[in-house]
Design a protein around this ligand. Structure first.
Ligand code: PEP
Length: 256
């Protein structure tokens, strides 16, 4: 079983001073006690300063997206190599807001997974169905198609894979998947990883979508749930750290 990961996706929120204070609070928590692996994904302009605040700690830094190319005439875009240079170890890929607002389809997501590996970043791949897709009974079909496209883009000898199941209808809505709904999707994703990338021994399937200190304990107690990708509740130290502390002690202390 993989060591749990709690990741904060700050999206386009916070001022620089707030971002640094929040990073420092998470760092202090990480120093205090054994806990899950931690990842913070600030907006691009804050990466270097937050990376500095986290330097030497066990809190990893991640970007919210990356461009497929290593360099070039792509005004406004950022390459994985640049992210690695400022200390990123992860890049979120395929977040539903990227799929929706920036028209990133499965091919675009796959290109970004390849770019992440080229830059030696771990891709945190997001997949999830919309509400109409769930209501039409197509949840697993959609999740498997999205995850399959992203997994094919991982090198065949990849050792570690991180996927977040994020039902689109649960993101930022206060509506959360039941533990059973999450577990069903997680099982399907895990099965697909086993089939397509058997070299991956460190496989983490996170849940994302309106995770709060109230909803986290039941989700994180389920053996199919290897952690959480947290949006809104990651913007305040109190709520994010309450989620971090909700990881059952029995899941800690063992690396994949
Ligand atoms: C997210 O954006 O990845 C997310 C899960 O957001 P929220 O926790 O706010 O639903």
């Amino acid at each position: 079983m993989a060591r749990p990961l709690i990741a904060g996706n700050w999206k386009m929120n916070l001022r620089l001073s707030e971002a640094i204070s929040l990073a420092e609070a998470v760092r202090r928590e990480a120093e205090k006690a054994d806990g899950p692996d931690l990842l913070l994904c600030p907006p691009f302009p804050f990466l270097a300063a937050v990376g500095e605040a986290l330097r030497g700690s066990r809190v990893a830094l991640g970007a919210q997206t990356l461009h497929p190319e290593p360099k070039g005439a792509y005004t406004g875009e950022v390459a994985g190599e640049m992210l690695a240079e400022v200390g990123c170890r992860f890049a979120i890929v395929g977040h539903s807001e990227r799929r929706q607002h920036f028209r990133e389809d499965n091919a675009a997501v796959a290109a970004r997974v390849r770019a992440a590996h080229r830059a030696r970043l771990a891709a945190l791949v997001c997949v999830g169905e919309t509400l109409p897709e769930r209501e039409e009974g197509r949840t697993l079909e959609v999740v498997e198609r999205q995850a399959g496209a992203a997994l094919e883009a991982h090198p065949s000898d990849v050792a570690s894979v991180t996927v977040a199941y994020e039902p689109v209808w649960a993101i930022g809505t206060g509506r959360i998947a039941t533990v059973e709904q999450a577990a069903e999707a997680h099982q399907a994703i895990r099965r697909l990883v086993r089939e397509t990338r058997p070299s991956a021994r460190d496989v983490r399937v996170l849940y994302g979508g309106s995770v709060t200190p109230d909803t986290a304990p039941a989700l994180l107690a389920h053996p199919e749930v290897d952690g959480a990708l947290v949006g809104g509740a990651s913007l305040k130290a109190d709520s994010f750290l309450a989620i971090v502390r909700a990881v059952p002690k029995a899941r800690l202390g063992r690396s994949a």
